[in-house]
Design a protein around this ligand. Sequence first.
Ligand SMILES: [Zn+2]
Length: 745
Amino acid sequence: MYTYDKMDLQPYIPGLSPAEPGPLSRFIPPLEEGVISSWLPRHTPAGSWLLDPFGFSPQLVLEAARAGYRVLVTVNNPITRFLLEMAATPLSESDFKAALADLSVAKKGEERLATHLQSLYLTNCEKCGQEIHAESFLWRKGEDEPYARIYTCPHCEDSGEHAAAQEDIKRARRIASTDNLHRSRAFERVIQLEDEDRVYAEEAIEYYLPRPLYLLTTIINRLDSLNLTPERRRALNALILVACDAGNTLWDHPSERPRPKQLNVPAQFRERNLWMQLERGVSLWTGTASSVVCEAWPQKIPESGGICIYEGRLKDLAREAKKEIPIAAVIGSLPRPNQAFWTLSALWAGWLWGREAVEPYKPALRRRRYDWAWNATALNAAFTHLFELLPSGTQFFGLLSEAEPSFLTSALTAASTAGFDLQSMALRTEHDPIQLLWRRAEHLKREANAADLDTVRTAAHSHLMERAEPASYLHMHAAELLALTESHALKQKDQEFDEALRSTQSLIQSALAGDARFVHYSTGESVDTGLWGSNDLNRYSDSLSDRVEVAIVTFLQKNPNSIYLEIEHDLYPRFPGLLTPSKAMMYSVLLSYAERDGATWKLRAEDVASARRNELNTITAMLEVIGTRLNYSTRRQDKNFLWEQNNVVDYAFYILASALVGRAIAETPYRPEQTIIVIPGGRAGLAAYKAQRDPALAERLKNYQLVKYRLLRNLVEVPVLTRETFEEQIASDPLEKSNSQMMMF
Ligand SMILES: [Zn+2]
C-alpha cells in the first residue's frame, strides 16, 4: 500500500455544524464547531499566544479564545471586525429590543418612524382584502416593478406567493420617484464627492432597489440624533447590518446560489421587508454565550484567554509584534476571494460609521476582479510575512472551506513558496472544510524541482489503490497536489503565480486524462466532474466503504449507545487524510445496522454478532431444506452453499451478514449466473448506496442475483415449490434503491 514518504496525513478532526448560522452567514466561512478547540490542546498549552493572520472567521477566533488561548488577530475588514466584537461581547435581547424601540418611536413628520417604514410594504390580502405587510416582493432583473409578493395574512391566514397588484406597483414607483436624493445621500456617507473612487461606490449602491435604500438611509440619517447609550447604538448597528445584507439584490429566487461571491443580480430576486428583517435581527444576534475579553492592539489581554485585534496589515504587525509576542501557533480560515462581500463591506462600513471607517478599506470598492492568481499572490504575501514573524517549526493549522480544486492549489502553492512545509491534509468531501497543517521551515528560499508527470500519476493511482473505489475529482486533485508539494514542484523560480497555477492544473489533469489505467465516470467531458476510478484494482481488496462498514459495526459491537461524534472520533484515525469517510457513508452504515435512541446509536438486536451468527446458521439450514425439496443434493463448500444435480453446480449461495458484496463477488469461484448472494433485508439499502458510489461495482453487481433472507423464509413456507417457481421468486426480489439522492457521497 502506498504511503506518503514524509507526510504523515492526520485524521480529520470532527466537529458539529452550528445550530444557528448567525448574522451574515452567507458570507462567513461555514466551519464546524469544536474543531479548533480539539486541535489546540494537543499542540500548544492553554494561555499561549495564537495568531490568526486573516481574521476571516470570527467563530474560529472566538472558539480559540474560549478554549483559554490569547488570540492575536489581524482584521482589516471593518464588518468582520464588528462581527468579531459582537461575538466576543454579546449584547442581551433587551438591549436589542430597547434599541429597536428607540428607533420605532422617533418621528417622521407626524408619524412614528416604525409606522412610516412599515407602510412601505403595505399590500392588500388577495383573499380577505385587508391591508397587511408583505414579507417580500419578487423582481425580475432589469424591470422597474415587482412581479409578485409574498405574505402571510394575519386576518385570514392566506399565505404564499401572489402576483403583484396595481397598488403594489404604484407604491414601488412612488418610492422610486425620489430615489436620486437617497442614492446620493447613501454614497456621500461612504465617499467624498470629488473622490476618484466615487464611481465604484455608486456602482455598489446599484445593488439596492429604491425602497430598501430609502429605508436604510432614513434610519441611518436618524442614528446620530437618537442619543443612544453605547450598548444600544451597537445593538442598533447590528440590526441595521442585518437589514443592509437583506436589502441588496443578491437574493436569488428561488434560492439556488445561497453563498454569492460576485456582485451579480440574479434573473429573479427577492426584495425583503426590511422592517421585518430588523425585528428578525434581534433573535439572530442575541447570544447566550459568555463574553470574552476583546481588546485592540496593543492593549493587553489576560493569560486566561481573549482576543487582541490588530486593525491593519500583517506586514506592519510582523514588525511590531515580533519581539513582544511569542506566537506559539497560527490558526486561520484561509480567505478566498469574495468580491460581493468585500465591496458591500466597504459600503456598509460607510453607512454605519461614516467615511473615515471606509478609508483604510477603500481598495475593496475598487478591486473588481479576483482570480486564483490574485488569491495565491495575496496568500503568498501573508505567508511570507508570517515566515518573518515566526520561529522555525511553528505550526499553522488552516481550514479551507468551500473547497474547490483551484482554491486548494492556490493555498498550497502560496504556502510552499513562502517557506512553509505542509505536514498534513485531511479532506472529507467538497462540502467540508479541508484541514491543513503547515510548519514554518528553516529556509524561505528552497530549490524548486521540476514537476514530474510520473510522480503525479503515481500519486493519483496510489490514492485509488488505497481507496479501492472511485474518488471525486477533488480527491484526485488533492492526492496529486500532495505529491507536487512534497517534491517542491508547485512553482518554478521564474514563474508568476498565474503561470504556476496554470501549469499545475494542466499537469494534474493531463496525468488523469492521459493514462489508460484511469476510468472517468462522468456525464460531462470535463476532467473535474464525476468520479475517477482505476481499472487495475486488486479485486480482493475491500473498498473504503466496505472497510468503513466493518469499522463502524466493530465499534458499536464494543461500544453500544455511542453518540455520532464518538463514532467519528473512533473512525477518523483509522481513515486519515484523504480517506476520511463522509457523513453520508457513515449514516448509510448506521441506518443499515443500528437504531437511534435520542442521540445515541446501538446495533439492532438482529445485528448483534451472536444473533447474526445464529441467523447465518438458520439461513444455511433453510437452503438445505429448500434445496432438498427441489431434489438437489446440497453441501457446503468454503463460504458457499451449493445445490447440485449429477455433481454439477446449479446454484451457489454466498450468504452475507454484511453488505460486503464486492468481497463476495471477488471470492466466489462460481460463475455469476450460478451465484446467488444472500443478504439481510436491512443491508439492501447499504448495498445500493455502495453501488451508487462505485459505478464499477454497480456494473459487476448487475450480473449477480441478490436475494434477501426474508425471501428464503417465505419460500420455506410455500407448500408446493418447483424449480420454476423458485426461479420466478428470486427474480422478483430486486435490490432497492438507496433512500435518497442526498446520500450519494
Ligand atoms: Zn387575508
